[in-house]
Design a protein around this ligand. Sequence first.
Ligand code: PLP
Length: 420
Amino acid sequence: MISAKMRPFLENNSAIRMMFEEGKKMAELYGADRVYDFSLGNPNVPAPEKLNQAIRDILDEEDSRLVHGYMSNAGFPQVRAAIAENLNRRFGTKFTEKNLIMTVGAGSGLNVALKTLLDPGDEVITFSPYFLEYRAYVTNYDGVLVTVAPDEPTFQINQEEFRARISAKTKAVIINNPNNPTGVVYSEATIRALSAILEEKQKEYGHAIYLISDEPYRELVFDGAVVPFVTKYYGNAIVVYSYSKSLSLPGERIGYVLIPDELEDSDMVIDAATIANRISGCVNAPSLIQLAVGRCVDCSADLDFYDRNRKALYDGLTKLGFTCVQPQGAFYLWMKIPVRSAGMSGSDVGRQDGLTVENGFANVDQEAEFVEAAKKYHILMVPGSSFACPGYVRLAYCVAYETIVSSLPEFAKLAREYML
Ligand code: PLP
């Protein structure tokens, strides 16, 4: 029999993953060009050619015992040094290789950070809507995830509720900037206010509260938006990064955890995180791709590709009458679901009068109905409840531009059904 701890995961297997599988089945049935799958954040942009060339060069140039061998659990020193130097140039920081631990993507980086910090019963605060794996990652170490309600309509942070949620048990706070699923970039004012509250609460409770900033979408920003570099605002900040999105390498599983010297007990935290990387079973981040990203620290994401998609989808959907959060970062669009009148269902049409909406959010049934209605037009979107925020859907626009263009007439049919 499997463990009691695993049973809920079996019952609530990731809705995003299930939708991805459904999309593949629909593509077989109707043809890939007639399925508009906005479910998974799997970049449709190829990895940079420089990276592919770096892999070939490494195989030709380097000793294969180095390329394929075990290494320090923190990763290759020269790779970490190259990343530190790149960060210092961009953000005016003073990191060295010592501050970086290469990890098996951001997912593993978050696990390394939480394994390093949490004792059973420790609380970790995050902000709805959030990447649902956070709950699993926190419970992996018997922590308790505490959530702060969405700050509609900006989806920045409700600072007063955040302050109220911090308790003597709070050990860490996870933010995700730019944000999945809202596409929002937390502003400098947001990060400053959050940091001030954390400083105040650290003093009040007499222990460190670590801010873990999950940043796989750091470079994916538009319209001149700036992602504040958290270590410059708060001493006890840890950055978790991934190359999955910026360099289109999600299957390669490569990222890092950054632990600054300013962090309380920094040396001990770095040593513990290095061991956590090992004893989680990862041992070290994959070697060949580690060496390759080390040669490509200056490579950048294809922002024009995402920006074109972003504009086409946002403009197209808002023209049809849907209400969307203007995305500034990542490659997600967060759309409010229109709600039929109470008592109407199926092909009945009704406008948003007499809504069964509480606090501005549609309920889970209305959300499920919308997601199902969209499937009739071969449109796949992830329900907001997959991010603990029903009443919205997330559309990943890291798809081919043509998918967006040809999906819009289908969205128009969906809009008509909802009388937009
Ligand atoms: N954090 C967020 C917010 C994400 O959206 C994702 C992936 O979609 C991850 C972490 C995990 O990224 P990785 O592929 O690097 O493990």
